[in-house]
Design a protein around this ligand. Sequence first.
Ligand code: GDP
Ligand code: CA
Length: 333
Amino acid sequence: MRIVVLTGGIGGARFLLGVRAYAREVGAEVTAVVNVGDDLRLHGLRVCPDLDSVMYTLGGGADPERGWGRVGESWTVKEELAAYGAEPSWFGLGDKDIATHLVRTTMLDAGYPLHQVTEALATRWQPGVRLLPATDDRLETHAIVSARSELASPAAANSAGSADLDGAQRAIHFQEWWVRYRAQLPTHRFVFVGAEAAKPAPGVTEAIAGADVVLVAPSNPVVSIAPILAVPGLREAVTDGPAPVVGVSPIIGGAPVRGMADRCLAVLGVECSAAGVGGLYGSRATGGLLDGWLVAEEDADTLVPDVTVRAMPLRMTDEAATTAMVRAAVELT
Ligand code: GDP
Ligand code: CA
């Protein structure tokens, strides 16, 4: 059996622990197609937050408390950068993490494409699943915010409210919107810069075409899954492919389990609920994405037209619970 998983960072990484365990039970091969929309250059280094969250988590090197970055991390370089007043100061890079970005940046600068760099980094971490970036090309998620709000402090911007939405607009990188401004700015929409010219990374469409099932991880639908599907040809590979597509809801009882997906959904005007996200993905029968939608027990009454919905406990409290979710998702098809 071959399983393809579309995934973002932290939520997707925890889900993949269950996918890997399930795959070991049934003898399946797993390919994770990972979002690159969060990627950015910082202090000359190429940082790939979602690829790294997945790689560190599956490789046993992630910090379980913080959810991102390395366990046992130290922050000497960050402190030294701060002493120089080097910006941006709002994005924390740990010392161990920096080694990853140094190796990655050196390889990219030498001409290796991102999927090969990812494979090289994974030889250390042995994640047990094949990790592929959605694309080797530049694809960056930006938030279009009110120009005035970007200049103001986050608190002032927030209190400025929606009146600002009529004014001049400005694009800021998703990480700045998320980490620096805590998703608090009045926001018009998200754009995936570079998406039109991007191509799926080698192996991505082949993996999807050869899959027995495609799983959409309980990742942020707006800024983790949507940028993957924005790569031309990738969405079509999934929606027109032979494999059934089953999504797992990141929203339980009307709220994200962790993070600020509610803020991202609000920008799109989509209700923060299992039904809202299911409807956003839509049915594959009517031009959307999904054949099946796994929701939490709390959301058992969820209806998505032309999509098979099943309810079960969806909290990834440990690997056994997550593996049960994966089994249910696979069996939903
Ligand atoms: P990011 O790229 O690091 O933001 O991570 P993802 O996009 O992959 O995942 C973020 C999403 O994971 C959030 O919207 C959370 O609601 C969801 N999530 C986190 N933990 C759980 C969980 O235990 N169960 C479910 N169903 N979703 C979860
Ligand atoms: Ca992310």
